[in-house]
Write a protein that binds this ligand. Structure first.
Ligand code: SIN
Length: 321
Protein backbone atom coordinates (compact mmCIF):
# COMPACT_ATOMS: atom_id res chain seq x y z
CA UNK A 1 0.00 0.00 0.00
CA UNK A 2 1.40 3.41 -1.03
CA UNK A 3 1.37 6.48 1.22
CA UNK A 4 -1.03 9.28 0.22
CA UNK A 5 0.04 11.26 -2.81
CA UNK A 6 2.82 8.99 -4.06
CA UNK A 7 1.22 7.40 -7.09
CA UNK A 8 0.76 8.90 -10.55
CA UNK A 9 -1.67 7.08 -12.82
CA UNK A 10 -1.05 7.30 -16.58
CA UNK A 11 -4.10 6.57 -18.74
CA UNK A 12 -3.20 5.68 -22.33
CA UNK A 13 -5.41 6.49 -25.32
CA UNK A 14 -3.00 6.09 -28.27
CA UNK A 15 -1.76 8.86 -30.60
CA UNK A 16 1.63 9.56 -32.16
CA UNK A 17 3.28 9.29 -28.77
CA UNK A 18 2.45 5.58 -29.10
CA UNK A 19 3.17 5.48 -32.85
CA UNK A 20 5.62 3.36 -34.84
CA UNK A 21 7.31 4.09 -38.19
CA UNK A 22 9.21 1.69 -40.47
CA UNK A 23 12.55 3.42 -39.74
CA UNK A 24 13.89 5.55 -36.84
CA UNK A 25 14.46 8.45 -39.29
CA UNK A 26 10.79 8.64 -40.24
CA UNK A 27 8.90 11.31 -38.29
CA UNK A 28 5.88 11.79 -40.57
CA UNK A 29 4.96 8.42 -42.12
CA UNK A 30 3.95 6.14 -39.23
CA UNK A 31 1.02 4.39 -37.60
CA UNK A 32 -0.32 6.06 -34.45
CA UNK A 33 -1.45 4.06 -31.40
CA UNK A 34 0.81 0.97 -31.60
CA UNK A 35 2.81 0.98 -28.33
CA UNK A 36 1.18 0.18 -24.98
CA UNK A 37 0.99 2.89 -22.33
CA UNK A 38 2.95 0.57 -19.99
CA UNK A 39 5.86 0.59 -22.50
CA UNK A 40 5.64 4.40 -22.83
CA UNK A 41 5.87 4.79 -19.05
CA UNK A 42 8.85 2.40 -18.98
CA UNK A 43 10.68 4.55 -21.57
CA UNK A 44 10.14 7.85 -19.70
CA UNK A 45 12.57 8.93 -16.99
CA UNK A 46 10.46 9.65 -13.94
CA UNK A 47 11.45 10.73 -10.40
CA UNK A 48 12.35 7.72 -8.22
CA UNK A 49 10.13 9.12 -5.44
CA UNK A 50 7.00 8.46 -7.50
CA UNK A 51 5.30 5.14 -8.26
CA UNK A 52 3.79 5.27 -11.74
CA UNK A 53 0.88 3.02 -12.68
CA UNK A 54 -0.59 2.75 -16.15
CA UNK A 55 -3.93 1.77 -17.64
CA UNK A 56 -4.83 1.43 -21.34
CA UNK A 57 -8.22 3.14 -21.73
CA UNK A 58 -8.12 3.17 -25.55
CA UNK A 59 -5.60 2.68 -28.37
CA UNK A 60 -6.64 5.01 -31.20
CA UNK A 61 -5.47 7.73 -33.57
CA UNK A 62 -7.09 10.77 -31.95
CA UNK A 63 -8.70 11.86 -35.23
CA UNK A 64 -11.07 8.96 -34.41
CA UNK A 65 -11.83 10.12 -30.85
CA UNK A 66 -15.42 9.32 -29.88
CA UNK A 67 -17.97 9.94 -27.15
CA UNK A 68 -17.60 6.42 -25.69
CA UNK A 69 -13.86 6.98 -25.11
CA UNK A 70 -14.51 10.42 -23.63
CA UNK A 71 -17.00 8.92 -21.20
CA UNK A 72 -14.65 6.04 -20.28
CA UNK A 73 -11.82 8.52 -19.65
CA UNK A 74 -13.99 10.73 -17.44
CA UNK A 75 -15.11 7.69 -15.39
CA UNK A 76 -11.54 6.42 -14.96
CA UNK A 77 -10.40 9.90 -13.89
CA UNK A 78 -13.04 10.01 -11.18
CA UNK A 79 -12.17 6.45 -10.09
CA UNK A 80 -8.44 7.12 -9.70
CA UNK A 81 -8.85 10.61 -8.21
CA UNK A 82 -10.80 9.05 -5.33
CA UNK A 83 -7.82 6.85 -4.39
CA UNK A 84 -5.96 8.57 -1.49
CA UNK A 85 -2.56 7.30 -2.66
CA UNK A 86 -2.98 8.91 -6.11
CA UNK A 87 -1.39 12.38 -6.42
CA UNK A 88 -2.39 13.09 -10.00
CA UNK A 89 -3.38 11.60 -13.32
CA UNK A 90 -1.70 11.86 -16.72
CA UNK A 91 -3.41 11.05 -20.02
CA UNK A 92 -1.38 10.21 -23.13
CA UNK A 93 -3.26 11.29 -26.26
CA UNK A 94 -2.88 12.07 -29.94
CA UNK A 95 -2.24 15.73 -30.70
CA UNK A 96 -4.97 16.10 -33.32
CA UNK A 97 -7.94 16.31 -30.94
CA UNK A 98 -6.02 16.82 -27.69
CA UNK A 99 -7.51 20.27 -27.14
CA UNK A 100 -11.04 18.85 -27.44
CA UNK A 101 -10.48 16.08 -24.89
CA UNK A 102 -8.72 18.46 -22.49
CA UNK A 103 -11.58 20.96 -22.67
CA UNK A 104 -14.25 18.24 -22.45
CA UNK A 105 -12.67 16.76 -19.30
CA UNK A 106 -12.23 20.20 -17.72
CA UNK A 107 -15.98 20.82 -18.13
CA UNK A 108 -17.13 17.38 -16.97
CA UNK A 109 -15.02 16.57 -13.92
CA UNK A 110 -13.86 18.87 -11.11
CA UNK A 111 -11.14 17.01 -9.27
CA UNK A 112 -8.99 18.27 -6.41
CA UNK A 113 -5.98 16.65 -8.08
CA UNK A 114 -3.98 17.55 -11.20
CA UNK A 115 -4.99 16.07 -14.55
CA UNK A 116 -2.31 16.50 -17.22
CA UNK A 117 -2.65 15.53 -20.88
CA UNK A 118 0.47 14.94 -22.92
CA UNK A 119 1.34 13.81 -26.43
CA UNK A 120 4.12 13.85 -29.01
CA UNK A 121 4.66 15.11 -32.53
CA UNK A 122 7.05 12.27 -33.39
CA UNK A 123 6.41 8.55 -33.09
CA UNK A 124 7.93 6.42 -30.32
CA UNK A 125 10.22 4.77 -32.91
CA UNK A 126 11.83 8.11 -33.91
CA UNK A 127 15.50 8.66 -33.27
CA UNK A 128 14.43 12.13 -31.99
CA UNK A 129 11.23 11.06 -30.21
CA UNK A 130 9.73 13.86 -28.09
CA UNK A 131 7.26 11.57 -26.28
CA UNK A 132 9.50 10.36 -23.39
CA UNK A 133 10.42 13.95 -22.40
CA UNK A 134 6.83 15.19 -22.69
CA UNK A 135 5.53 12.25 -20.64
CA UNK A 136 8.20 12.74 -17.94
CA UNK A 137 7.28 16.45 -17.74
CA UNK A 138 3.59 15.59 -17.46
CA UNK A 139 4.29 13.14 -14.62
CA UNK A 140 6.32 15.76 -12.72
CA UNK A 141 3.48 18.28 -13.13
CA UNK A 142 0.82 15.77 -12.06
CA UNK A 143 2.71 15.27 -8.79
CA UNK A 144 2.31 18.98 -7.84
CA UNK A 145 -0.67 19.28 -5.46
CA UNK A 146 -1.04 22.99 -6.23
CA UNK A 147 -1.75 22.25 -9.90
CA UNK A 148 -5.22 20.77 -9.78
CA UNK A 149 -7.28 21.43 -12.88
CA UNK A 150 -6.79 20.13 -16.42
CA UNK A 151 -3.51 21.11 -18.10
CA UNK A 152 -1.70 20.12 -21.30
CA UNK A 153 2.10 19.65 -21.45
CA UNK A 154 4.15 19.55 -24.66
CA UNK A 155 7.55 20.87 -25.73
CA UNK A 156 8.31 22.21 -22.24
CA UNK A 157 5.15 24.34 -22.16
CA UNK A 158 2.13 24.00 -19.87
CA UNK A 159 -1.21 25.13 -21.30
CA UNK A 160 -4.67 25.53 -19.75
CA UNK A 161 -7.39 23.31 -21.25
CA UNK A 162 -9.55 26.32 -22.11
CA UNK A 163 -6.85 28.15 -24.07
CA UNK A 164 -4.79 25.47 -25.78
CA UNK A 165 -5.06 24.72 -29.49
CA UNK A 166 -2.98 22.91 -32.06
CA UNK A 167 -1.55 25.51 -34.42
CA UNK A 168 1.00 23.62 -36.49
CA UNK A 169 0.75 20.28 -38.35
CA UNK A 170 4.26 18.95 -37.64
CA UNK A 171 6.49 21.29 -35.60
CA UNK A 172 7.55 20.02 -32.15
CA UNK A 173 6.01 23.06 -30.43
CA UNK A 174 2.73 22.63 -32.27
CA UNK A 175 0.51 24.08 -29.53
CA UNK A 176 -0.33 27.62 -28.50
CA UNK A 177 -2.48 29.28 -25.86
CA UNK A 178 -2.93 32.35 -28.06
CA UNK A 179 -3.13 35.73 -26.38
CA UNK A 180 -3.84 34.11 -22.99
CA UNK A 181 -0.31 32.67 -22.99
CA UNK A 182 1.11 29.50 -21.50
CA UNK A 183 0.58 28.79 -17.81
CA UNK A 184 4.13 27.60 -17.07
CA UNK A 185 7.37 26.35 -18.55
CA UNK A 186 8.96 23.10 -17.51
CA UNK A 187 12.61 22.16 -18.06
CA UNK A 188 14.74 19.43 -16.49
CA UNK A 189 11.92 18.70 -14.02
CA UNK A 190 11.70 22.33 -12.84
CA UNK A 191 8.42 24.16 -13.24
CA UNK A 192 8.37 27.93 -13.76
CA UNK A 193 4.85 29.18 -13.21
CA UNK A 194 3.78 32.17 -15.29
CA UNK A 195 0.12 32.52 -14.31
CA UNK A 196 -2.65 30.63 -12.52
CA UNK A 197 -4.75 28.02 -14.34
CA UNK A 198 -7.99 29.87 -15.20
CA UNK A 199 -10.92 28.96 -12.95
CA UNK A 200 -13.33 27.02 -15.13
CA UNK A 201 -17.13 27.08 -15.09
CA UNK A 202 -18.73 24.49 -12.79
CA UNK A 203 -18.20 20.96 -14.08
CA UNK A 204 -21.37 19.22 -15.28
CA UNK A 205 -20.46 15.80 -13.77
CA UNK A 206 -20.16 12.36 -15.36
CA UNK A 207 -23.79 11.46 -14.65
CA UNK A 208 -24.97 13.52 -17.66
CA UNK A 209 -22.89 11.44 -20.12
CA UNK A 210 -25.04 8.77 -21.80
CA UNK A 211 -23.49 5.27 -22.14
CA UNK A 212 -24.81 4.96 -25.69
CA UNK A 213 -23.13 7.15 -28.34
CA UNK A 214 -26.42 7.53 -30.19
CA UNK A 215 -27.93 9.26 -27.16
CA UNK A 216 -25.42 12.14 -27.38
CA UNK A 217 -26.72 15.32 -29.03
CA UNK A 218 -25.85 15.86 -32.68
CA UNK A 219 -24.04 19.20 -33.01
CA UNK A 220 -22.29 20.35 -36.21
CA UNK A 221 -19.99 23.27 -37.01
CA UNK A 222 -20.64 25.56 -40.00
CA UNK A 223 -18.45 28.46 -41.14
CA UNK A 224 -19.67 31.84 -42.36
CA UNK A 225 -17.75 32.56 -45.59
CA UNK A 226 -18.01 34.66 -48.72
CA UNK A 227 -20.96 33.24 -50.64
CA UNK A 228 -22.44 31.42 -47.60
CA UNK A 229 -26.12 30.61 -47.81
CA UNK A 230 -28.63 28.58 -45.85
CA UNK A 231 -28.54 25.27 -47.73
CA UNK A 232 -26.26 23.46 -45.27
CA UNK A 233 -28.36 24.70 -42.33
CA UNK A 234 -31.60 23.57 -43.99
CA UNK A 235 -30.13 20.12 -44.80
CA UNK A 236 -28.96 19.69 -41.20
CA UNK A 237 -32.31 20.74 -39.79
CA UNK A 238 -34.13 18.31 -42.12
CA UNK A 239 -31.74 15.54 -40.98
CA UNK A 240 -32.54 16.18 -37.30
CA UNK A 241 -29.52 18.13 -36.01
CA UNK A 242 -29.79 19.23 -32.37
CA UNK A 243 -27.37 22.14 -32.44
CA UNK A 244 -25.20 24.20 -34.77
CA UNK A 245 -22.03 26.06 -33.85
CA UNK A 246 -21.33 28.76 -36.38
CA UNK A 247 -17.75 29.91 -36.88
CA UNK A 248 -18.60 33.54 -37.51
CA UNK A 249 -16.53 36.23 -39.20
CA UNK A 250 -14.59 38.72 -37.04
CA UNK A 251 -16.40 39.77 -33.88
CA UNK A 252 -19.21 37.26 -34.42
CA UNK A 253 -20.90 38.53 -37.60
CA UNK A 254 -22.66 36.23 -40.08
CA UNK A 255 -23.39 36.31 -43.80
CA UNK A 256 -26.97 37.63 -43.97
CA UNK A 257 -28.21 34.51 -45.84
CA UNK A 258 -26.61 32.14 -43.32
CA UNK A 259 -27.95 34.27 -40.43
CA UNK A 260 -31.49 34.08 -41.84
CA UNK A 261 -31.30 30.28 -42.17
CA UNK A 262 -29.97 29.94 -38.62
CA UNK A 263 -32.84 32.16 -37.38
CA UNK A 264 -35.30 29.80 -39.03
CA UNK A 265 -33.48 26.80 -37.50
CA UNK A 266 -33.85 28.29 -34.01
CA UNK A 267 -37.57 28.61 -34.75
CA UNK A 268 -37.58 24.84 -35.33
CA UNK A 269 -35.93 24.09 -31.97
CA UNK A 270 -32.28 23.90 -33.06
CA UNK A 271 -29.77 25.49 -30.66
CA UNK A 272 -27.24 27.88 -32.23
CA UNK A 273 -23.99 29.06 -30.67
CA UNK A 274 -21.67 31.62 -32.30
CA UNK A 275 -17.89 31.39 -32.11
CA UNK A 276 -15.37 33.26 -34.26
CA UNK A 277 -13.25 31.90 -37.09
CA UNK A 278 -10.51 34.36 -35.99
CA UNK A 279 -7.50 32.43 -34.72
CA UNK A 280 -7.23 34.36 -31.48
CA UNK A 281 -9.22 36.57 -29.11
CA UNK A 282 -12.78 36.59 -27.87
CA UNK A 283 -16.10 37.82 -29.27
CA UNK A 284 -17.05 41.03 -27.45
CA UNK A 285 -20.78 41.77 -27.22
CA UNK A 286 -21.68 44.73 -29.43
CA UNK A 287 -25.37 45.55 -28.93
CA UNK A 288 -28.14 42.97 -28.95
CA UNK A 289 -27.17 39.47 -30.08
CA UNK A 290 -29.47 37.18 -32.02
CA UNK A 291 -27.44 34.06 -31.20
CA UNK A 292 -25.56 33.29 -27.98
CA UNK A 293 -21.80 33.80 -28.16
CA UNK A 294 -19.13 31.30 -27.09
CA UNK A 295 -16.76 34.24 -26.37
CA UNK A 296 -13.16 32.95 -26.44
CA UNK A 297 -13.96 29.32 -27.21
CA UNK A 298 -12.77 28.02 -30.57
CA UNK A 299 -15.47 26.40 -32.75
CA UNK A 300 -14.47 22.86 -31.66
CA UNK A 301 -14.64 23.82 -27.98
CA UNK A 302 -17.89 25.75 -28.49
CA UNK A 303 -19.29 22.51 -29.94
CA UNK A 304 -18.38 20.66 -26.72
CA UNK A 305 -20.01 23.44 -24.68
CA UNK A 306 -23.23 23.11 -26.70
CA UNK A 307 -23.22 19.30 -26.47
CA UNK A 308 -22.81 19.45 -22.68
CA UNK A 309 -25.46 22.12 -22.29
CA UNK A 310 -27.93 19.97 -24.30
CA UNK A 311 -27.05 16.94 -22.16
CA UNK A 312 -27.65 18.90 -18.95
CA UNK A 313 -31.02 20.16 -20.27
CA UNK A 314 -32.07 16.64 -21.26
CA UNK A 315 -31.19 15.28 -17.83
CA UNK A 316 -33.12 18.07 -16.10
CA UNK A 317 -36.13 17.39 -18.36
CA UNK A 318 -35.94 13.64 -17.51
CA UNK A 319 -35.79 14.46 -13.79
CA UNK A 320 -38.94 16.61 -14.04
CA UNK A 321 -40.98 14.14 -16.13
C1 SIN B 1 -3.22 11.53 -33.31
O1 SIN B 1 -3.74 12.61 -33.05
O2 SIN B 1 -3.56 10.47 -32.74
C2 SIN B 1 -2.19 11.41 -34.37
C3 SIN B 1 -1.37 12.64 -34.51
C4 SIN B 1 -0.56 12.97 -33.29
O3 SIN B 1 -0.69 12.41 -32.20
O4 SIN B 1 0.30 13.89 -33.44
Amino acid sequence: MQSPGQVIVVLGTGGTIAGLAATPADNLDYRAAQVSVAALVASAQTPASLAVESEQVAQIDSKDMDFATWRALALRLVHHALRPEVAGIVITHGTDTLEETAYFLSRVVALAKPVVLSAAMRPASSIDADGPRNLADAIVLAAQPAWYGVAVVLAGQVHAARDVRKTHPHRLDAFSSGESGTVANIAAGEIRRLRALPAGADAVGVAVLPPSESAWPWVEILTSTAGSDGRAVDALVRAGVDGIVVAATGNGTLHRRLGAALDAAVGRGVRVLRSTRCLDGSIVAAGSETFASARDLTPVKARIELILSLLVERRSAQAIS
